[in-house]
Design a protein around this ligand. Sequence first.
Ligand SMILES: Cc1cc2nc3c(=O)[nH]c(=O)nc-3n(C[C@H](O)[C@H](O)[C@H](O)COP(=O)(O)OP(=O)(O)OC[C@H]3O[C@@H](n4cnc5c(N)ncnc54)[C@H](O)[C@@H]3O)c2cc1C
Length: 381
Amino acid sequence: MAVEQTDVVVVGAGIIGSSCAFHLVSRGLRVTVVEAFGGPAEGSSGKSFGSIRGQWADPLNIELSWQSICAYRDFESRYGFDVGYRPSGYLFLVHESDWPAHLETVELQRRHGVPVEVLSTAAAQTITPFEPNGIGGATWGTADGAVDPHSVTVAYLSMARALGACVRFGRPVTAIESCGARWRLAAGADEIETTFVVNAAGGWSGEVAALAGLSVPVVHSRRSIYSSAAGAVAAALPMTLDTETRAYLRSEGSRVLFGMAKPVEVDGYDTNVDWDWMEFVVETMSQRFPWLASLPLDQKACWAGTYDLSPDHAAIIGADPAAPKWINACGFSGHGVMQAPEAGRLVAEEIVDGAAHSHDIATLRLERFANPNHMNTALVF
Ligand SMILES: Cc1cc2nc3c(=O)[nH]c(=O)nc-3n(C[C@H](O)[C@H](O)[C@H](O)COP(=O)(O)OP(=O)(O)OC[C@H]3O[C@@H](n4cnc5c(N)ncnc54)[C@H](O)[C@@H]3O)c2cc1C
C-alpha cells in the first residue's frame, strides 16, 4: 500500500484537534485528522459541561478565553454553523476573604474588554438563590455562558473537510517514527508520512507523545456531573460557581446539573460516575444552595468524563523542544472548550508562520515545566 503524504497529521478529533485542522487547512496546508474513536468529540469534548467564561485572573487565560468566546458569538454569522452559543452569564460567588483580590481581577478582565459586572450579594441572589453566609460579593460575566462542544467539533471538522482536509475515524495511531525530516505514522491500516504532527489527543497526549519517544505530562483525571430529574427548576439558572468550595451548577432545560472539583483523583481514563463523591458534593453544596438537597436525582442523566490534566492545569501549546516539527496542543485541564478557537489559531501560526504570535505563549510552552517558577497557577474547577 502506498504511503500517504501530507503536510500535517492532527492526532485527535476532539474540539482542539478539529479547531487546529480547520485553522491549518485555512492557511493552505494539506491536513489529515486521525481519530481512534468512531466519531468526533467522543473523548473529553463530548463529556464537557460546555461552560465558557472570560473571568480569569491572568492576562493570557483571559485573552485565550475571551477571544474564543467572541469567535463562538460570531460563529453562525461568520461560518453558518449554530454551535449553541448561549450568553446565559457566569456568576462567581466569592468568599469575603478573597473579595478584594477578586475585584482586582475584574479590573484586569475589563482592561481586556471582557464585560463583567460587580454585584452585591443581594443582587446575585436574584440570579441564583443561595445562602449568603461568608460571601463578600459576586461577579457576573454577561457574555459568558455555554456552547455545545459536539456542535463546535462537528462544525470545525465540516469546514476543514470542505477546504480539503481528510478526516478519518476509527484510526488509532499505534506507531510513530521520525524518518529524515518527516514523521511516519501508523493509524489503523493507514500509513501516513507528514512534515508536522499536532498532538491533540487530549488526556491521551502523553501516550501519543511516548510513541514518538517524547515526553508530554498530561494525564486523565475523572470529573462527574450530577443531574436532577427533569422538572426540577422553572427558571433558568446560569453557570454559578462557589469559589470557596469550587462547586458549580447550572440548569439545562428544567434540570439542574452540578459538580465539584475533587481535591485528589486517581489518574487514568475512567468514565464511570463517582457515586461515593456525589454524597459529599450534595452535602457540601446544600450548605450554599439549600434548595439543592431536596431535588430528586436522575442517575441516568449523570455522566463522567476525564479532564486532560497538565501539572499546572494550563494548556501545553507549541513546538516540542525535543522535536520542532511536533506541535503539542493538549493539557487544557478543564478549559479546552472555552479556549479551542484560539488554540487552533495559535497552532496554525506556530506551523505556518514559524511561531505563534497572536499571544505570547511562553507560559504555555512545554519548556516551562523545566523551571517550576515558570509554571502557571490557574485554578481548576
Ligand atoms: C465533565 C467535564 C466537564 C468539563 N467542563 C468544561 C467546561 O465547562 N468548559 C471547558 O472549557 N472545558 C470543560 N471540560 C474540559 C474540556 O472538555 C477539554 O479540555 C476538551 O474537551 C479537550 O479537548 P481535546 O480535543 O483536547 O480532547 P478530547 O476531546 O479528549 O479529544 C482527544 C481525541 O484524541 C483521540 N486520541 C487519543 N489517542 C489517540 C490515538 N492514539 N490515535 C488517534 N486518536 C487518538 C481521542 O480518541 C479523542 O477523541 C470538561 C471536561 C469534562 C470531562
